[in-house]
Design a protein around this ligand. Structure first.
Ligand code: NAD
Length: 478
């Protein structure tokens, strides 16, 4: 059984019950997690408080904090393959995806290592006889609730930013997949993080997660997950007037005009929906194509989609399994509905014959002529399912692109620079990619949503402002 990680110690916790962890490639239990509860969260918050409030973490000069983050980045790189293997098994990620995630995790800590001593406030011209300055201070103790789809990447971006700003952290990773994070916490202790700077409590969302959202002594919550749970978190935080960053779901459009360079666009469009088996918040899950190029784009995307192979993570094919049986049922539910209602299935990938029958495999699928109002166009499937629909002109494209509750990422494909910028400005989303698309990529790039995709920004330098509080100091010197 794994343990929690509190004050640089492995801690069994107060609950003897455990949570089974399944390997999505074969559906078999291969580990057990400690099932954390409110007592374990209280212990973790206490440890973090003692590091934050005048404790060893808070006394470090920013440059020293940065050096520790850099040591952690280096330790993650040194254990790259070990961490990638853990995440491959835990999440069912094909080897190359798991490796890319370990690389990105190290890169987040590297980026934030360099940022620690560069977050500075301002002096503000005021009334004669006064000197005014604004300074950034950490919140104190930040809580981080992490989903299962990119444990290492989301941990890196969220916890990396919070630590860089000087906060001590309590992390509740997802019950489905979090083994890599427990290992990274050990690495942090090994490289010299003071006790309590980084704490992890594993457990179910409704138990340990809810206890973290409700905990006295948590000064800021960063939540990444579904819009449904985001609402619960925001309500809990509101009761204690605690600020929240919500990184929620998406239904991101890829908008392809007839003049687009399709050689560039098609492989990127495919990757943006099948990466991580479509279990990516910023997956490009809606394909909007100008009517005059619609059939041609469907043909090209379909051709590549049908060549995709799905299999066990260690086989390192194009697509791995989904995280669990209920996720597979959900994805198959959308596919069956599409078939029942007579929607055009343009292409399907195939499941490798040696993929274990007990694994959770869904075929990448391209579905055409999807109504912009339908469930398939409105809801996050969280699987490798691309819903295509035609549009007439710029105005029509913008109308369809904006017609969901989400606003996370959008892609625009056109050779017309003016049009690209007009669309980029008119689309309601936190990120817009023109003639490229990075589902989750770019450590340096501020990331976050609008509407039901959430609020606040992680990644990039921008995240440091969210993980800090500005204090204004007004001096009357006469
Ligand atoms: P989820 O909301 O079910 O769970 C996310 C985390 O919240 C898990 O750690 C879970 O244990 C915890 N949780 C669940 N109920 C809770 C509660 N009542 N109180 C506190 N914590 C609770 O989401 P999921 O299914 O794990 O992840 C998929 C969702 O995450 C998708 O909607 C996806 O788009 C979104 N996501 C968003 C981003 C982003 O950056 N915007 C990134 C990755 C995933």
């Amino acid at each position: 059984m794994t343990t929690h990680f509190i004050a640089n110690q492995r801690v069994s916790g107060t609950n003897e019950e455990t949570i089974p962890v399944l390997d999505p490639s074969d559906g078999q239990v291969f580990a057990h997690l400690a099932r954390g509860n409110a007592d374990d969260i209280r212990s973790a918050v206490k440890a973090a408080r003692s590091a934050a409030d005048g404790g060893a973490w808070s006394r470090l000069a920013p440059v020293e904090r940065g050096r520790l983050l850099m040591k952690l980045a280096n330790a993650i790189s040194a254990h790259h393959d070990e961490l990638a293997t853990l995440e491959m098994r835990d999440c069912g990620k094909p080897v190359k995806q798991a490796k890319a995630d370990a690389t990105a995790c190290a890169r987040y800590f590297e980026f934030y290592a360099g940022a620690c001593d560069k977050l500075h406030g301002e002096t503000i011209p005021y009334t004669p006889g006064f000197a005014v300055m604004s300074i950034y201070e950490p919140h104190g103790v930040t809580g981080h609730i992490i989903p299962w789809n990119y444990p290492m990447q989301i941990f890196g971006r969220s916890v990396g930013g919070a630590l860089a700003a000087g906060n001590a952290c309590v992390v509740k990773p997802a019950e489905d997949a979090c083994l890599s994070l427990l290992r990274i916490a050990e690495l942090a202790a090994d490289v010299g993080f003071p006790d309590g700077a980084l704490n992890i409590v594993t457990g179910y969302g409704h138990e340990a997660g809810q206890a973290l959202a409700d905990a006295e002594g948590i000064d800021h919550i960063s939540f990444t997950g579904s819009a449904r749970v985001g609402t619960i978190i925001a309500q809990s935080a509101a009761k204690r007037h605690v600020p929240v960053t919500l990184e929620l779901g998406g239904k991101s459009p890829q908008i392809v005009f007839a003049d687009a360079n399709l050689d560039d666009a098609i492989p990127t469009i495919i990757n943006a929906i099948v990466q991580n088996a479509g279990q990516t918040c910023s997956a490009g899950s809606r394909l909007l194509v100008q009517a005059s190029a619609y059939e041609r784009v469907l043909e090209l995307v379909g051709k590549r989609m049908s060549a995709l192979r799905v299999g066990a993570a260690k086989s390192d094919l194009d697509v791995g399994p989904l995280i669990r049986a209920t996720q597979l049922e959900r994805v198959n539910g959308f596919l069956n509905d599409a078939k029942k209602t007579g929607l055009r299935i343009v292409a399907e990938g195939s499941i490798a014959s040696d993929a274990p029958s007990t694994g959770f495999y869904a075929k990448p699928t391209l579905i055409a002529d999807v109504s912009p109002q339908s469930h398939l166009a409105q809801e996050e499937v969280f699987g490798p399912v691309l819903a295509a629909m035609p549009f007439d002109d710029e105005a029509d494209a913008i109308r369809i692109a904006n017609a969901t509750q989400y606003g996370l990422v959008a892609g625009v494909w056109t050779e017309n620079g003016g049009r690209a910028l007009r669309i980029a400005k008119a689309v309601k989303s936190g990120q817009v990619f023109i003639n490229n698309y990075g589902a989750g990529g770019g450590v340096e790039l501020p990331f976050g949503g609008v509407k039901s995709s959430g609020y606040g920004r992680e990644k990039g330098f921008e995240a440091l402002y969210g993980f800090s509080v500005m204090k204004t100091i007004v001096t009357r010197h006469g």
